[in-house]
Structures are given as C-alpha cells and as structure tokens.
Write a protein that binds this ligand. Structure first.
Ligand code: CA2
Length: 142
C-alpha cells in the first residue's frame, strides 16, 4: 500500500454548510469517505486531515518527510498567502498535487496567486469536491 496524505486548510470544515453555489453541498466528511474508497481501489492508504492553523499544516508536512509516498493539498486561503507552507512542501521529494474545489484563477484577483503551484506536480481546480478523486487518480499515474 502507498501512503497518501490529504491535507485541507482553513474553513474547509465548513464545506456543505455554506456557499453551496461555490463549493457544492457535500461535506468534508463526504469527501473523506470518497477518498478512502477510491484510495482502496488505487492501493492507497489515505490519511485525511483538516486544520485551521497554518503552523499545524506546516508540522504535518514536515512529519510527512520519509513517511508518505504522495501528498494532496487544498491549502484553502493559505494557498494565496503562505510562504511557510511553500517552504515546508519544498522539503518533500514526493509527488504533490494541489487541489481546489473552485477555480481560484476564475475568482477574485487575490486568489490568482498560488504559493503551492510552484512546488506541485499537478493542479486540479474547478472540478468541485470530486476533484479530490481526479487528483488521487493523477497521483496514481505519477
Ligand atoms: O476552491 C477551493 O478549494 C479553495 O481552496 C477554497 C478556499 C478558498 O480560499 C480558495 O481560494 C479556493 C476556501 C475554503 C473555505 O471553504 C468554505 C466552504 C464552505 C463554506 C465556507 C467556506
């Protein structure tokens, strides 16, 4: 089994509870369930986490060094601000897929910059919550 870590940033615990027009009606727990199921089909052991704290995400990325085989990350708003997460991701030498439910490049200008993109192998954006599954499939190909 390949070990895959899926990290979710701030406010994604609110998924399905507000702004369904942008993020859909499924909860983060639904997404976790789908990822675990698809992961089993792909031979991935999925560790799915969410945090509202930048430092906690950085610590989890550091702990992933040498312990996981692939990373999916939706850093949420930290995508557009966090040099700390960018630097932590640079320490990993495994495939990293950046995933977003919406397409930030088609939204407000402040969402157009991503500090994750330069260190990611691939980006999946604008595919709704099912984009996590597309990202897992891409990881399987890498
Ligand atoms: O589209 C994405 O996946 C985002 O990463 C979501 C972030 C946003 O800051 C990024 O620009 C794009 C926001 C996550 C907040 O999620 C909520 C979901 C439901 C209700 C409220 C917030």
């Amino acid at each position: 089994m390949k070990r895959v870590l899926i990290l979710n940033g701030p406010n994604l615990n609110m998924l399905g509870l507000r702004e369904p027009d942008i993020y859909g009606e499924h909860t983060l727990d639904d997404v976790k369930g789908w990822c675990i199921e698809r992961g089993q089909q792909l031979g991935f052991d999925i560790d799915f986490r969410q945090s509202n704290h930048e430092g906690e995400l950085v610590t989890w990325i550091q702990e992933a060094r040498g312990t996981i085989d692939g990373l999916l990350i939706n850093a949420a708003a930290y995508t557009h601000t966090s040099v700390a997460i960018h630097d932590a991701l640079k320490l990993l030498d495994i495939p990293i897929i950046e995933v977003h439910i919406s397409d930030p490049k088609k939204r407000e200008e402040f969402r157009h910059i991503s500090y994750i993109e330069p260190v990611a192998s691939e980006v999946v954006a604008g595919e709704g919550p099912k984009g996590y599954l597309l990202a897992l499939e891409k990881l399987g190909e890498l």
